[in-house]
Design a protein around this ligand. Structure first.
Ligand SMILES: Cc1cc2nc3c(=O)[nH]c(=O)nc-3n(C[C@H](O)[C@H](O)[C@H](O)COP(=O)(O)OP(=O)(O)OC[C@H]3O[C@@H](n4cnc5c(N)ncnc54)[C@H](O)[C@@H]3O)c2cc1C
Length: 466
């Protein structure tokens, strides 16, 4: 017997007591812990589906943050890239992100290496990605001109009929076989279904094994984000409508990017044991100095944070009357976390409304959506390993640059490396699709050719240097 199944058998007797009525019916009460993208998407879709089939439900969202406030109090700490696939999927749901939320449309990527720079245009011309702030802006914001992405989603859910409790859930328990939540101000409520959407940047995840002993939160790693104020003119001058990505051989660095939006540019960094030294060696790199304006080096006051990001799926993110969505369940590796929140939230809403709220219903109708992302992340890990190794080898960096430059200069050429790189950093393709592209004979031929040309170039440079 699997450990998870054994643990499941240890569920409190009370939790098993009401197995027969594990369906949502008229008047059912649903509690949603966390009103970030996952919680708001879930509430919105659940109430929308309920309305369509004439079911009356009560949905209570617990969310302590006020997204209408600038500063960390209203921010869910993220790069703020909304993938083109998500923008399109939302549009088909009738959700059109308003102009005051999308602070900048990102039309291309600027790839910076020690061998030179290249712009990667959107592989299919219609692809567009959006840059947003999750809250109303960083603590140094002077003038609030744009809206909050999370705030916008929350309003959608409230307009559908959800209730908002601006409170943190402090404890949970079983109450006659139903999940119960507690907040500090002695607010206690029992629900027919509890949806956990707390993300991973919270200590609340340790509460939930009490309700589902088989649940293990996702493993995470620390990242770094900084929001630099430059003003729109300077942002346009230095960063334009491009996301700037650095492919550098800096020890412990995996990924660094500057994302322009409104009056700010957001800096995101992934790496091992991120600390001040890693940041200092990145900023001191000549490539970064060439791209980034001096004002950024002089800004010591900007809003910054060290949010965690998922590197593995949660274990067993469902039980009778309980489901974990968004980051607290399963997300996509290093990209499109908001898209993943949308997918798991919608899959959960559909499962609980049309199939049931028992563990077996959720396993059959919710878990497959998580499982396919989690399987894809395994391929993602391999793809990142390959990228990581290429980043460390000068000739590989040069070959990538050579290939992308040729593709971008020749209108008619097949933009295979450009597509691989574009898709790596947006949510537009699965890791499986990206990996398959790298096995394509055209890709392999062009890459090997790039390696040969780059080896010769590097040798010539070395010889002429001697
Ligand atoms: C450095 C970095 C860059 C990223 N960049 C991007 C990007 O560019 N694009 C992208 O799509 N994704 C990005 N992500 C991932 C993205 O931020 C997450 O995947 C996404 O926010 C997940 O949404 P969520 O609703 O599951 O969790 P969250 O956004 O974390 O929301 C959880 C909510 O739950 C609330 N909460 C927590 N505990 C409790 C409690 N006890 N009671 C009540 N409420 C509670 C919190 O206040 C919060 O509002 C990035 C992540 C990192 C770390």
């Amino acid at each position: 017997m699997k450990l998870a199944d054994a643990l499941q058998q240890e569920l409190p007797e009370q939790a098993k007591a009401t197995r027969n009525d594990l369906k949502l019916v008229d008047g059912s009460q649903i509690g949603v812990v966390g009103g970030g993208p996952a919680g708001s998407f879930f509430s919105y879709f659940l109430l929308d589906m309920a309305e369509r089939i004439g079911l009356s439900l009560t949905v209570d969202i617990y969310e302590p943050r006020d997204f209408m406030k600038p500063s960390p109090a209203g921010c869910n700490m993220c790069g703020g890239i909304i993938s083109e696939t998500l923008v399109q999927m939302l549009a088909t749901e009738g959700i059109k992100l308003p102009e005051n939320i999308i602070q900048r449309g990102i039309v291309n990527y600027a790839l910076h290496t020690d061998m030179g720079d290249v712009n990667i245009e959107t592989p299919l011309k219609e692809k567009r990605i959006g840059a947003v702030h999750r809250g109303c802006g960083p603590k140094t914001i002077k003038d609030i001109k744009w809206g909050s992405f999370d705030g916008y989603l929350q309003v959608l859910a409230l307009e559908k009929g959800a209730n908002l409790f601006q409170k943190k859930v402090d404890d949970v328990n079983w109450d006659n076989g139903k999940p119960q939540v507690f907040t500090k101000d002695l607010h206690v409520r029992t629900y027919d279904l509890l949806v956990v959407a707390t993300g991973v940047n919270t200590n609340s995840l340790k509460l939930f094994p009490k309700l589902n002993p088989a649940y293990k939160p996702p493993r995470t790693t620390k990242t770094f984000i900084r929001e630099y104020y430059l003003g729109q003119e300077e942002i346009s001058r230095y960063f334009g409508n491009s996301m700037h990505i650095f492919l550098l051989d800096v020890p412990r660095l995996d990924f660094a990017a500057f994302i322009p939006k409104g009056d700010f540019v957001t800096f995101c960094m992934l790496g091992k044991n991120i600390d001040g030294n890693l940041m200092a060696s990145f900023m001191a790199n000549p490539v970064v100095k060439r791209v980034v304006p001096q004002i950024i080096y002089e800004d010591h006051n900007s809003c910054h944070c060290n949010p965690k990001i998922n590197i593995s799926p949660a274990h067993h993110p469902y039980a009778d009357r309980l489901v974990f969505i968004g980051d607290s369940g399963v997300s996509r590796l290093y990209k499109d976390g908001i898209g993943a929140a949308y997918r798991t939230a919608k899959a959960a809403a559909r499962a609980v409304i049309f199939e049931g709220i028992s563990e077996s219903d959720l396993k059959k109708h919710f878990w497959p959506a998580c499982k396919s992302m989690s399987n894809d992340n395994l391929i993602g890990k391999l793809v990142f390993q390959i990228t990581h190794i290429s980043q460390k080898i000068a000739v590989a960096r040069a070959a990538i640059l050579h290939m992308v430059r040729n593709e971008q200069q020749d209108e008619k050429s097949r933009k295979i490396m450009s597509t691989v790189l574009w898709d790596m950093f947006t949510g537009s393709a699965t890791y499986r699709e990206i990996f398959l592209l790298t096995l394509h004979p055209v890709f392999l031929f062009k890459f090997v050719w790039g390696l040969i040309v780059s080896s010769v170039d590097l040798l010539m440079i070395r010889l002429s240097g001697d």
